[in-house]
Design a protein around this ligand. Structure first.
Ligand SMILES: NC(=O)c1ccc[n+]([C@@H]2O[C@H](COP(=O)([O-])OP(=O)(O)OC[C@H]3O[C@@H](n4cnc5c(N)ncnc54)[C@H](O)[C@@H]3O)[C@@H](O)[C@H]2O)c1
Length: 404
């Protein structure tokens, strides 16, 4: 791990992020973020570093920390510091150090922030209330963070404007589905060095991420089982050709288990005794609560048997393997989403930050403006050399007519 390896990682990411490059070129000239301090709390790896750099080129002072104790890449952190971004994260830090790094950023009075999962937003609302009136707004990157924001808004506890970047179509359709779909399997295969073809894969949750993870499992030759709580998503999984059943029925059958629900205790005590010997368990949901690790530690003895694999021996001598301590596997045991996917998500973040600066929003939860969502998709198509049809004036008239 060195400054040089971090630099190379950021350069590699930058050269495959054409949308951010376009935004960077404009920001570097126009400086639309001049005089702003922006706090960013997202998994600190190369793509995030590139986003921070673009915001910095836009004229802002940028503070950066990771959104998980196991997802910071220290070499990247070192390299982005040299490019003018102040960083606060360390790989493998304690929960207390993690919270301290959020607080250190908030002590610098940021007026805009980008969060991933809601921890920074919560810290702002609970321990830095005095900053609330000065905050122009923030952006939330992931589904779990948006769920927490909705709950804050419903309970009249959201005191700043927040944009749900996660729910933009050019985010969740691609990042959550194709990004999670690919990066989760890259991480599982690299971490375990095991074959997927012919195995039975159990995916808990058939939302955007679950769809991507299942689609890719099928393509790798696995038999796929979905567990769900929503009848419509369950029907969708059934029509997509997957087996659907409760976790208790899937537990004895699965070779790989991937939780991606945003819920807690999806695999819990009642399942551990049912799961077959040598099964692999991992989580791709935001928090490490989907596999009940606390209970697993109580009923089984764990030891590390390979990097990022803990083998738990149950009283009947059965072994269960857990990847990356039940933290989100694609980032804690991998490099996260493919670079081109994060180009879309982080272009949305950069443009939303620019929007927040001028929009004078009232506290509340907002969708990404449609013009920004479409702009990002347009820029992506341009970068791929793909052109599409335009409506003719008579087609516009036809589509807007109420009498045909
Ligand atoms: N690993 C990553 O890189 C990554 C990327 C994006 C999102 N996420 C996280 O993944 C999680 C899921 O995100 P999403 O966008 O797919 O959300 P989503 O809302 O689209 O899907 C979640 C699905 O899980 C189902 N579900 C909820 N509780 C369940 C339970 N107990 N058992 C079975 N199914 C259950 C819901 O019905 C829903 O269909 C969130 O925590 C999100 O923050 C992770």
């Amino acid at each position: 791990m060195s400054f040089e390896s971090g630099n190379n990682k950021i350069n590699w990411a930058s050269s495959h992020m054409p949308i951010l490059k376009k935004i960077d070129e404009r920001f570097s000239v126009e400086k639309p973020l001049k005089n702003l301090t922006i706090a960013v709390c997202i998994h600190l790896e190369a793509k995030t570093a590139r986003l921070a750099e673009v915001l910095h080129h836009g004229g802002a002072s940028v503070l950066l920390t990771g959104s998980n104790t196991l997802t910071t890449q220290d070499d990247v952190s070192m390299a982005i510091e040299h490019r003018g971004v102040q960083t606060f994260a360390k790989y493998g830090c304690s929960e207390e150090e993690y919270t301290n790094s959020l607080d250190s950023m908030l002590k610098k009075n940021p007026s805009i922030f980008i969060d991933d999962g809601g921890d920074l937003t919560n810290r702002l609302h609970t321990h830095f209330k005095h900053l609330l009136p000065k905050v122009l707004g923030g952006c939330e990157e992931t589904t779990t963070g948006v769920i927490r924001l909705k709950s804050r808004e419903t309970n009249n506890r959201l005191h700043v404007p927040m944009i749900s970047v996660n729910n933009a179509l050019s985010k969740c359709l691609f990042d959550n589905r194709y990004g999670t779909g690919q990066s989760v399997w890259t991480a599982i295969m690299n971490t375990t060095n095991l074959i997927v073809a012919g195995k039975t894969v159990v995916v808990a949750g058939y939302g955007w991420c679950g769809k991507g993870v299942s689609m890719r499992a099928k393509a790798l030759g696995a038999k796929v089982i979905i567990t769900e709580i929503d009848p419509i998503k369950s029907m969708e999984a059934h029509m997509d050709g997957f087996s659907v059943m409760p976790m208790e029925k899937a537990a004895p059958i699965g070779d790989f288990f991937i939780t991606v629900t945003g819920c807690k205790k999806v695999i819990s005590t009642k399942h551990f005794s049912l799961i077959k010997n040598n099964a692999i368990l991992c989580n791709a949901g935001h928090f490490n609560v989907e596999i009940d690790m606390e209970e697993l530690h109580k009923v089984a003895v764990g030891k590390t048997v390979r990097k990022n694999i803990q083998e738990f021996t149950l009283p009947d001598n059965k072994k269960i393997n857990v990847l990356a301590q039940g933290k989100l596997v694609n980032l804690a045991s991998g490099d996260g989403h493919p670079v081109e996917i994060m180009d879309l998500s982080f272009a949305l973040q950069a443009l939303c930050v620019e929007y927040i600066k001028s929009a004078k929003l009232k506290p509340g939860l907002y969708n990404v403006p449609k013009s920004i969502d479409q702009k990002v998709a347009e820029l992506k198509l341009q970068s791929l050399g793909i052109s599409i049809d335009q409506l003719t004036p008579s087609q516009v008239e036809y589509l807007n007519a109420f009498e045909i």
